[in-house]
Design a protein around this ligand. Structure first.
Ligand code: ADP
Length: 275
């Protein structure tokens, strides 16, 4: 029940109480249902992102695997000669090691992304988190004919954040950028990712695309749950991103990027700036 009331003096000079009592059971149930729906959507969104990721991961891992096999075969051939060609074999084995490391890096990135969700605050290097996401998205960027530029602040200054959740935000913002450029044919498709440290003790990350841009009417609504302009869109990405950033006591906002495109920026407080 929710009741409100106030005392009043009537014309005869007596004190009367005027008030209402409201049954808010329905409202509470609706709020609870909404919270459950949001949690469920977050889970579905996560799973579908993982599904899409699997495609690019297979591509990422196949390349180094092929290089490993080719180089291993080549080394065997060099060693099997009557007079083994040790230098050539050594070079092929060095290539093999590099390819192995590349595959391991991809798997490491995937592993980090696939770990169970939940809020797990830790001191993390935001630039590392960005680079890991970019490694996972590399083939998607290549397929989209997108020129990527990355400019990250230097220095070792960790933020206090849930690595997986921050990476979900990055994935979603970068994917949106890629999609916003998919129909652009008359200019370069550029994606710029930058990070800087602000005077107020936060890391500021910007994802800038040269895509179709946001008109002012849409700019107000893109963070609303279920707002989408895509035929297959769920319209939950940005609203989840905003809840994640809010939960980190950061901010997420969008602005036009001149002459074309959009820039999404978000902040996460540095660990040393937290009280
Ligand atoms: P979805 O991608 O499923 O539509 P989002 O919440 O991630 O859901 O995005 C909501 C809408 O915001 C998109 O449908 C699109 O209209 C707009 N939007 C998001 N990112 C960009 C961007 N980088 N450039 C232009 N429009 C964007």
């Amino acid at each position: 029940m929710q009741s409100t009331g106030h005392p009043d003096i009537n014309t005869a000079g007596d004190v009367e109480f005027v008030g209402t009592a409201m049954d808010i059971t329905e409202r509470r149930h609706a709020e609870e249902a909404l919270r459950r729906a949001q949690a469920e959507l977050a889970r579905v969104w996560r799973l579908s992102t993982m599904g899409e990721l699997a495609g690019s991961i297979i591509h990422e891992i196949n390349q180094p695997l092929a290089a490993i096999v080719t180089n291993a075969e080549a080394s065997l051939r060099w060693l099997d000669r009557d007079v083994p060609e040790l230098d050539e074999a050594r070079e092929a084995i060095a290539d093999l090691v590099r390819a192995g490391r590349r595959a391991a890096d991809v798997i490491k990135g995937l592993n980090a992304l696939a770990r169970k969700s939940g809020f797990d605050l830790a001191r993390i290097d935001i630039n590392d988190a960005i680079l890991e996401v970019l490694a996972v998205l590399r083939s998607e960027l290549e397929r989209g004919g997108i020129a990527l530029s990355v400019e990250l602040f230097t220095g070792d200054r960790p933020v206090l954040a849930d690595r997986i959740q921050v990476q979900q935000v990055l994935l979603n913002l970068i994917r949106n950028g890629i999609e916003a450029m998919s129909t652009v044919t008359d200019r370069a498709r550029n994606l710029r990712i930058s990070s800087e440290s602000t005077e107020s003790g936060e890391a500021l990350v910007a994802i800038e695309d040269s895509g179709i841009g946001l008109d002012t009417a849409a700019a107000d609504r893109v963070f609303d749950p279920l707002f989408t302009t895509k035929p297959e869109g769920m319209g939950m990405g940005l609203s989840i991103c905003r809840s994640i950033v809010d939960a980190h006591r950061g901010r997420l906002w969008a602005s036009p990027c001149l002459p074309h495109g959009t820039v999404f920026r978000f902040t996460v407080p540095f660990a040393d700036a937290q009280q």
